[in-house]
Design a protein around this ligand. Structure first.
Ligand code: WT7
Length: 571
């Protein structure tokens, strides 16, 4: 489709006199007005004459399909909102979404926002301990879940006095409901047509997403309804979402990509989107694109590398000619993947960079712009992005130097705080810059080249893992004396989690012990954080003050120079 006209037009022109008022005008929003994301995603699109347009095409595990028009999602969010209000859920109460990628997850998100409550999406594969930490921190009042996940909630409710309601969306009446449980079925509820959306303002909280740092518990990133201004325009210009598109965002709304660009952006733009509630399989993915004639596709490097592994021959079995523009996020997109995609799909994947904290795309390769494979691209118009010296926090003046990625605060979708953790939030700012925690250089044409994280956080298959959390889980096992967790290279996932363990006296390494330790920590960790490799050692490298030096183990795993180890304790 060589004559395709991209929304962004010329990136260079968009940079001139950029103002977020472009987005506000398109959304007919004026400063001080009410702004409710869920209303923008449903009622407004219906008011624009698109009530009968398909909003969601959903496909489940066994191939069953459900379709929802914009009027359907308007009614469904009204109905869920009304039900929540009936349970006495008030504005700013936290309501957790703990479901697979079923329609109720997407519609529940809107229902929660419509009543002014705060949505707290959590990945449904989380175990009970991961769930507990996050529900406790947010003081969550209600959780919406499925039968298959309710046992995890039951295990922890005694420790969650603030959690008043467990809402089950697929209750079949077979076993009696337990304490605090209530059934809600979208299919059997009477649709609510007239509904007063809660008049949230720009700074009213909308979503809390949990993300892992190097130390401490996961942090709840608080976003507000005003984030829409960023999410709308970045999707329009970077993902190139247009009226006749069929869009597929492969991310789960348990993570920020799945809400910012898997709910808010496409629906506020009135686009038709597809969701597939099926785990990864190259065949299924290609089939899905072919069947629904997907035009715009937002995915992630690990998925792309897995497709690469499935081979070129497989691609040829499908008609993927509908694809127009491909984008990627979450971890480094290696140049091989970009070049491969150009060869087999006839289009490169365009890398984008952002974070849970930034709420929307910050750095990207834009349609029509020259892609330098391996580079993350350039700052979105209106975003002041740079790399700063790690000591002085002053931007480097010369190109090519590696420093910390930094953004000038003030874009609409910036996080407003970490929930109950203002201090950690404040520490993210230095010398007037917000620091992402990543290292990069900028070349003489303004392209960013990602180098790595500036902390010990591990990015496995696009998911951030805190080594501290894994170490803490390991230390609770009776056999474990000490542990250090680092990443190790992996062909598909880029990096995986590796644990070094010293054992307490009386314990010897064995396959049985390893299995026992893994089963023990599995209950405490997200499945994504589970170590893929374990090594027993007699001692761990430490500083003279006794701090375990992860960086020494990390360097060994990656075959890098160990660097200055003058402070090392053991030799
Ligand atoms: C971290 C943020 C918001 C998207 C999902 C991840 C890494 C993100 C890229 C990229 C290299 C990337 C960074 C960042 N990251 N995009 N294009 N190239 N690294 O959100 O879980 O908050 O993770 O993911 O390290 O800080 P997140």
């Amino acid at each position: 489709m060589s004559n395709h006209k991209y929304n962004i037009g010329s990136y260079e022109k968009r940079l001139q006199n950029f103002d977020w008022s472009i987005s506000k005008q398109e959304l007919s929003y004026k400063d001080g007005d009410n702004i409710n994301i869920a209303w923008y995603c449903t009622d407004r699109i219906c008011n624009m004459g698109k009530a009968k347009k398909t909003a969601l095409i959903w496909e489940g595990l066994t191939g069953e399909e459900k379709r929802y028009t914009y009027n359907d999602i308007r009614l469904a969010s009204n109905t869920i909102g009304t039900f929540l209000k009936g349970l006495n859920i008030k504005p700013e109460d936290r309501v957790c979404l703990f479901m697979d990628k079923i329609p109720e997850l997407y519609l529940g998100f809107l229902g929660i926002l419509k009543i002014g409550a705060i949505a707290q999406p959590l990945f449904s594969a989380f175990g009970d301990e991961s769930l507990l930490i996050r529900l406790e921190n947010a003081g969550t009042k209600a959780i919406i879940t499925q039968k298959k996940h309710v046992s995890k909630v039951r295990k922890i409710i005694d420790r969650l006095p603030a959690l008043k309601h467990i809402i089950i969306v697929d209750y079949d009446g077979k076993k009696p409901l337990q304490e605090r449980e209530v059934s809600f079925s979208l299919e059997t509820s009477t649709p609510v047509d007239k509904f007063d959306t809660y008049p949230t303002k720009a700074e009213s909280p909308s979503v809390i997403h949990y993300t892992s740092g190097t130390t401490g518990q996961p942090k709840g990133v608080k976003h507000v309804h005003y984030s829409l201004i960023s999410q709308y325009l970045t999707a329009k210009w970077t993902l190139d979402l247009q009226d006749d598109d069929i869009y597929w965002c492969t991310a789960d709304p348990g993570w920020v990509t799945g809400t910012s660009y898997g709910i808010i952006a496409p629906w506020s733009l009135g686009v038709t989107q597809c969701v597939m509630d099926v785990g990864f399989s190259a065949e299924k993915w290609y089939e899905f694109i072919q069947k629904h004639r997907i035009t715009k596709w937002y995915s992630a490097p690990t998925a792309i590398r897995s497709l690469m592994k499935a081979g070129d021959e497989l691609v040829k079995k499908y008609d993927l000619s509908s694809l127009v523009h491909l984008t990627s996020v979450g971890e480094p997109l290696n140049s091989e993947a970009v070049i491969w995609s150009e060869r087999v799909f006839g289009k490169p994947f365009y890398d984008t960079f952002w974070q849970t904290e930034t709420g929307s795309i910050m750095i990207a390769n834009y349609p029509g712009m020259k892609v330098k494979p391996g580079s993350m691209g350039k700052a979105f118009p209106g975003i002041t992005a740079t790399v700063v010296d790690p000591e002085t926090f002053e931007p480097y003046k010369e190109p090519g130097k590696i420093g910390l990625i930094a953004f000038k605060p003030g874009w609409p979708s910036m996080m407003r705080t970490y929930w109950n953790n203002e201090e950690t939030y404040k520490n993210k700012f230095k010398n007037g810059w917000y620091l992402s925690g990543d290292r990069s250089s900028i070349d003489n044409e303004g392209y960013f080249w990602f180098v790595g994280r500036d902390d010990d956080v591990i990015n496995t298959a696009g998911h951030l893992v805190s080594p501290f959390e894994v170490e803490s889980a390991l230390l609770e096992h009776p056999a474990v004396a000490e542990s250090a967790v680092v990443s190790k290279p992996d062909e598909v996932n880029m990096e995986v989690v590796k644990a070094f363990i010293t054992l307490k006296p009386g314990y010897k390494p064995s396959a049985d012990l390893e299995l026992d330790i893994m089963n023990f920590i599995r209950k405490k960790l997200s499945p994504l954080a589970m170590p893929q490799a374990v090594e027993y050692v007699d001692s761990l490298p430490k500083t003279r003050s006794g701090k375990i030096m992860r960086r020494v183990l990390h360097a060994k795993e990656w075959g890098q120079d160990i660097g200055d180890i003058s402070t090392l304790e053991n030799d």
